[in-house]
Design a protein around this ligand. Structure first.
Ligand SMILES: [Zn+2]
Length: 504
């Protein structure tokens, strides 16, 4: 309810009660029947009818507001017809941790909408596409089965079911897609292709539609091609200034490998996109940048992007070889996870290409042994790699409400054990801008290990990762834990977050 409506209610109540009071007053002073004794007493207690009116009016206003708020009134129901989805800071591989919850939430909304006697298919499709954009799905599948229509998203290569829709709405769902893609509604026995533009809160996209007749009805596959995506900026990811400067020098190298280590969901791909964006901006548009990805999650107009399709036998290694024949300057490979890709990547890094990729390893120092385990020759690895990075994501403290916090005894012990100085740290409070949580977004903690002559020797000697780590620290590498603590000192995150994701 808006303020004007409240005022109207108040005035109506006031007029009504004032009228009633003056009527009572008149009859009471005329000495009317005993049924009015109470009113008489009330009025005789030195209260003017106007005062009674005002007080009672306020009472009526309060009751009316409460009653109206509790009623399932029409405008409210109309608004909730299309629920808004909760915000989700998802970039690329962060998807898996947060996306499942988001998909569950979406499924709940859709089930409510589908249960209505006359479900609003237009609103349902809108919400579905909004959800797909939010969780950075690459595809939406609307698949007819015997028990119902299964709607699923492909998120980072994995199919995630959103909802099984009642069977009777299947053709209406398909027709909605056909209308959007301007395809003939009556054609049910032939495959159809088309596309339609989508504008969502998470940016614009082009939806490629493929419709295939099956024994249970038409199956729809929607492929999402995001466009106009703004690449993340290196400077906003969480690199301390000195480290950023050093990293940018490495990105300026004409050739070599840059590997980012970290678990799924640590924001590695975001770092790679930001790095490519920096290279593009600093070297100019003549620099040819090629990517091999699985899947391509963002269309970047200036990059040549190739999609790996392992189901059809088109692997990272094959993609990389094909891309190399196109002679790019800079190559991004989504992930090095097999010996063939590893060997091809090393060759690329030795033959005039700067190659960026991610690898599953716990630390920057651990990336080397991971590649040696894949069968890469240590001397090739040592001579081709420019640097390795490792990263973790932590929740960011809300800068609007964070406050200095005393060091807990356990944190003090942990800092002492790691040989890191105590000092002033911050904690969450909660305000309007962070929805009372005290946290806002996420930020990355980095460690970077540049391959120096000493490191090169260590790789050649196939020493354990712990030894490489020691040498790197001696040469100035700030390891993850210390890097995280430094970020906590600036108030970017809490000490607890750092210990949670880095350990120690
Ligand atoms: Zn806040």
């Amino acid at each position: 309810m808006n303020r004007a409506a409240h005022l109207l209610w108040a005035l109506a109540g006031l007029a009504l009660v004032a009228g009633l009071a003056s009527w009572l007053h008149r009859h009471a002073s005329l000495g009317a029947g005993s049924s009015l004794e109470l009113g008489k007493l009330y009025l005789q207690s030195a209260m003017s009818p106007l005062l009674v009116g005002t007080v009672s009016g306020a009472l009526v206003l309060g009751l009316a507001s409460v009653a109206v708020g509790a009623l399932p009134n029409k405008p409210r129901a109309f608004v909730s017809r299309k629920p808004t989805l909760s915000p989700l800071a998802v970039v690329n591989e962060d998807v898996h941790t947060a996306a499942r919850e988001m998909i569950l939430e979406l499924g709940r909304h859709l089930r409510v909408m589908a249960r209505r006697p006359e479900p609003d298919i237009i609103a349902i499709m809108e919400l579905l596409m909004e959800g797909a954009m939010r969780v950075v799905a690459s595809d939406v599948h609307i698949h007819p089965l015997e028990e119902g229509t299964r709607i699923a998203f492909r998120v980072h290569g994995m199919l995630e079911q959103v909802i099984v829709f009642p069977r009777e709405h299947h053709s209406r769902l398909v027709n909605r897609v056909k209308v959007l893609a301007k395809l003939p509604l009556y054609q049910l026995d032939k495959p159809q292709d088309g596309h339609f533009p989508l504008s969502s809160q998470d940016g614009p996209a082009d939806i490629r539609v493929s419709i295939l007749p099956t024994n249970h009805g038409e199956a729809v596959a929607l492929r999402i091609a995001r466009s106009g995506m703004k690449l993340p900026q290196l400077a906003t990811l969480g690199f301390p200034e000195a480290l950023l400067e050093r990293y940018q020098q490495i990105l300026a190298l004409p050739q070599g490998l840059i590997l980012v280590a970290g678990a799924t969901g640590s924001g590695k791909t975001t770092s790679l996109y930001a790095s490519l964006g920096h290279i593009q901006a600093s070297r100019g548009q003549l620099t040819r940048i090629a990517t091999i990805e699985d899947p391509i999650e963002f269309d970047v107009p200036l990059f040549a992007q190739t999609q790996v399709n392992s189901e059809q036998g088109f692997t990272f290694a094959q993609g990389l070889r094909a891309v190399l024949r196109q002679d790019p300057n800079v190559i991004m490979v989504g992930e090095i996870r097999d010996p063939e890709t590893a060997r091809t990547a090393i060759q690329a890094g030795l033959s005039g290409h700067l190659l960026l990729s991610t690898i599953h390893a716990n630390s920057a120092a651990g990336a080397f042994n991971r590649l040696i385990e894949m069968g890469v020759e240590p001397f090739l690895l040592a001579s081709s790699t420019a640097a390795t990075l490792s990263q973790r994501l932590v929740r960011g403290l809300c800068p609007h409400c964070r406050t200095e916090q005393a060091l807990t005894p356990e944190d003090a012990v942990r800092l002492d054990a790691a040989g890191i100085a105590r000092g002033v740290f911050y904690g969450p409070v909660g305000c309007e801008r962070c929805d009372g949580s005290g946290y806002l977004g996420r930020t990355a903690i980095y460690e970077m290990l540049p391959v120096t002559p000493a490191i090169r020797d260590a790789i050649n000697a196939k020493v354990p990762s712990a030894r490489i780590q020691e040498i790197a620290v001696r040469e100035g590498m700030v390891p993850l834990l210390a890097a995280g603590v430094e970020r906590a000192r600036t108030g970017a995150t809490t000490l607890r977050e750092v210990f949670r994701v880095v350990g120690g």
